[in-house]
Structures are given as structure tokens and as C-alpha cells.
Write a protein that binds this ligand. Structure first.
Ligand code: PNS
Length: 197
């Protein structure tokens, strides 16, 4: 019997509960599923490809037929390299459809033998995206029900480091009398200085 191997490509920056939901669904219909993290040098990701891979490996450790890999270049070329015959993508809402359709048709044009399979995550994840998770985490909101505990922990660590770095940078700029890019020091400098008594 023919075994179907699929890839689930994406940025996963960071991986969310919605991604995990889709991986679980995909693992039930494909014999093998490779979660493929794109190392896209054009984007400025929050997490390195290695970090994203590690998080996904931990998240998928219980699925026997799921592996995690990284790739660069075209998705269709990667699919051919690993012997996959399907690409799994999630569709959360109608708004995803146009972009996903365009990508699926372009991939089909590039590699006619490769099928794209769309699956829907659970409704509770239909508004969930990595971009919103990053934004909420960066602004101090709770992300605990949006990502697995390990990812929440990594996000908190990453954002703590970023805040410490930004504070140190602001202090350095203040000491040197320069403006920070966000104008924080400039604001303080425009206030009248207290007279020395
Ligand atoms: O999680 P994302 O960012 O929505 O994933 C998008 C991804 C990685 C599937 C897409 O950008 C992609 O396939 N990139 C690889 C380059 C490629 O094949 N581009 C042509 C797509 S038709």
C-alpha cells in the first residue's frame, strides 16, 4: 500500500496551539508528517530557526509519525528532496483562503505531482496567529492559553532579555546625551532641568 508523506511548512515564529492542533490532525491522516520550519533570511524573526525547531520537537515528541526539520528555498523543492507527496496547510478563516489558494496553485504549477491539503484547526484557534502571540507577549499580555507552556516560557525569557537590552541601551544613550530611536531620552531632555540649590 502506498504510504503518504506530507510536509507542513511554515514560519512557526513561535509555534502556537493552533499549529499543534493542525499537526495532530495531520498526523492522523498522513503516514508521515514533517513539520518544516522555513529559515527565511528576509524576515526578522523573533526566534532563531534552531529555537523554533527545538520547541516544535518538544511539542511533537508524543507523535510517532511526526518529525521536525528546517529548510530553505522553495517548498516544492524541499518536498521533492524528502519524498513528500502532499503539503499540509491550515485555513483558519476566509481571509486565509486567498493567499493559501494562490500559494497552492503556484506550488502545483511548479510541481504538478504535489498536492496541497487544507485542514481547519479547532474553532477556538481560528483567531490565533504567531504574529498576535508575539505582539501580546511583547506588550505584557497573557499568552498562556495560546501557546504550549514551553513556548510561553521561551517567549517570556526572550522578551525579558529584549526589555533589559532596551533599558540598558536607553540608559547608555541618556548618559551620552543622545536620543534613543523611540525618543525617550529626547522627551526627558526637553523638560526643564531642576535648578541646583
Ligand atoms: O507560516 P507561514 O509564514 O504562513 O508559511 C509560509 C510558507 C513558509 C509556507 C511560504 O512562505 C513558503 O512556502 N516559503 C518558501 C518559499 C516558496 O516556496 N515560495 C513560493 C510559494 S508559492
Amino acid at each position: 500500500m502506498k504510504r503518504i508523506k506530507a510536509i507542513y511548512p511554515g514560519s512557526f515564529d513561535p509555534p502556537t496551539n493552533g499549529h499543534l492542533d493542525l499537526i495532530e490532525r495531520g498526523s492522523k491522516i498522513f503516514d508521515e508528517l514533517v513539520v518544516a520550519v522555513l529559515g527565511n533570511p528576509e524576515k526578522d524573526p523573533l526566534f532563531s530557526v534552531a529555537d523554533r525547531r527545538k520547541m516544535l520537537e518538544a511539542m511533537t515528541a508524543d507523535f510517532d509519525n511526526v518529525t521536525v526539520d528546517t529548510f530553505g528555498g522553495l517548498t516544492v523543492d524541499y518536498a521533492m528532496r524528502v519524498g513528500a507527496s502532499a503539503v499540509l496547510r491550515g485555513i483558519r478563516a476566509i481571509s486565509d483562503y486567498e493567499y493559501e489558494l494562490q500559494m497552492a496553485l503556484m506550488n502545483r504549477n511548479l510541481q504538478p505531482g504535489l498536492e496541497t491539503v487544507f485542514m481547519m484547526p479547532a474553532e477556538k484557534y481560528s483567531y490565533l496567529s504567531s504574529r498576535l502571540v508575539r505582539e501580546i507577549a511583547q506588550l505584557g499580555g497573557s499568552i498562556d492559553c495560546l501557546v504550549p507552556p514551553l513556548v510561553a516560557q521561551k517567549l517570556r525569557e526572550k522578551i525579558d532579555v529584549a526589555h533589559k537590552f532596551a533599558d540598558a541601551e536607553a540608559r547608555e544613550h541618556e548618559a551620552s546625551g543622545q536620543e534613543t530611536p523611540d525618543g525617550k531620552v529626547a522627551e526627558r531632555r526637553t523638560k526643564p532641568r531642576k535648578r541646583r540649590s
